[in-house]
Design a protein around this ligand. Structure first.
Ligand code: DWN
Length: 393
């Protein structure tokens, strides 16, 4: 038994389960615990939730809902065209096409198990398979389209339970000179930022570079470059190629690996300390909410993110603390937050005059939000965040 539990975030709902009613008859809950596997150097959830419960035709998240992400995907597409000039691109987890729409539809294929999202991209003439990424699907795609020059996957590989099969299917689908780029939240950033809300049902894994390199040892693939991104509160963009492709391995890879080693990413003590920090964060956040409520001030939530479900359920923050959430995603509006049953409404131009505090569910878009809510800030409105530690902005 090399898996060690270091964090218990209590009973949690399906984060995509935005409810139609405040009083649901039943709601699926599971125990959210986080473990470290000393052999694989991998951080993962103790219990995986069946994929069909999370990724289905009711999927709410639309990746194009923030200007920050629209811009980030546009810039990435331009740089891919310049650097690699691929003739065929496959995206695993294509969501609403925010990345693929930057390329000619003749050279791109999407894979997206949430049918409502696959319908969106298919209607944009981007051929999308409404299926989970498996060896079977990769065989089907290769038969029809051959191998690919470029495979991209953002915020998806960390959601797939069987990593061995996932990478084998990528290895088969990638041409010999092909490039695979994966982007997911960075474990070292999660620990440094105390952003324990990166752990929820969908995030089966939170990767370090060390853990990715370890899993690739079972394949003919290897990492040749890495970029640190500020998106989603700190992510890694990892560039992967076939070993037989003699592209140079960037020094950044060795530097980053060393940084993780020095930080102690292979050492259980780092995780146990993180677990203690999260408990402290919980108590401090609750006390901030209690103090504000003592003074009869009004708090709302800003961005009903999937991440925020972990914080709200772990800290027991319900309608007694937060009157409502605002969120720009149409499919969340008129619904209630999973587990905590707080109403979600459409935002106005600016926050309403009677709002005193806004809890940043979408803390990862802090800059974009503070810029948008200048009027609120000017009239004395304040934001509450739990990252990097509970405080009032
Ligand atoms: O990995 C995942 C990430 C990429 O997306 C998925 N498993 C699910 C989802 O997670 P999330 O909900 O934590 O992602 P975001 O991108 O942080 O969600 C931001 C939410 O905040 C969106 O619903 C849009 C909303 N928002 C808003 O209402 N006003 C965002 C901004 C910037 C705003 O000004």
């Amino acid at each position: 038994m090399s898996k060690i539990e270091f964090l218990d975030l209590g009973k949690q709902p399906i984060t995509n389960n935005f409810l139609d009613t405040k009083n649901p008859k039943e709601e699926f809950m599971y125990k959210l615990k986080v473990t470290f596997d000393e052999q694989a150097k991998m951080v993962s959830l103790g219990e995986f939730v069946p994929p069909e419960k999370m990724f289905n035709e009711n999927y709410a998240h639309r990746a194009s809902m923030s200007k920050t992400m629209q811009k980030a995907y546009k810039e990435l597409s331009n740089s891919i065209k310049k650097k690699f000039n691929p003739n065929s691109i496959l995206e695993i987890g294509s969501n609403d096409g925010v990345f693929l729409k930057n390329f000619s539809e003749n050279i791109v294929i999407g894979v997206e198990p949430c049918k409502n999202l696959a319908d969106i991209t298919n209607s944009m003439k981007i051929k999308t398979f409404p299926e989970f990424w498996t060896l079977k699907l990769s065989d089907k795609i290769i038969k029809e389209y051959g191998n690919f020059d470029f495979i991209y996957s953002a915020n998806t590989i960390s959601h797939i339970h069987n990593l061995e099969e996932t990478f084998l299917a990528i290895e088969k689908t990638l041409g010999n000179k092909g490039i695979f780029v994966l982007e997911d939240p960075s474990l070292i950033e999660v620990i440094k930022n105390g952003s324990y809300d990166q752990f929820y049902d969908e995030h089966a894994y939170v990767f370090s570079l060390t853990s990715i390199i370890k899993i690739l040892e079972k394949t003919s693939l290897e990492v040749f470059d890495i970029e640190k991104l500020s998106t989603h509160g700190g992510s890694n963009r990892i560039f992967i190629k076939k070993k037989r492709n003699n592209l140079k391995i960037s020094n950044k890879v060795f530097k980053f690996l060393n940084e993780e080693k020095v930080y102690g990413i292979e050492n259980i003590d780092v995780y146990l300390k993180f677990g203690e920090k999260v408990q402290k964060s919980k108590h401090e956040l609750i006390s901030i909410f209690k103090n504000i409520k003592k003074n009869n001030k009004k708090i709302i939530g800003y961005g009903a993110t999937y991440k925020s479900a972990t914080v709200l359920n772990y800290c027991g923050l319900k309608s007694n603390f937060i009157d409502y959430f605002i969120d720009t995603t149409i499919t969340k509006q008129g619904k209630f937050t999973p587990g905590t049953h707080i109403p979600i409404i459409k935002p106005d131009e600016t926050l309403k005059d009677d709002v005193d505090y806004a809890f940043l569910g979408a803390w990862n878009f802090k800059e974009e939000i503070l810029e948008k809510e200048k009027k609120f800030i000017e009239r004395g409105g304040k934001f509450i965040t739990h990252v990097p530690f509970p405080n009032i902005l």
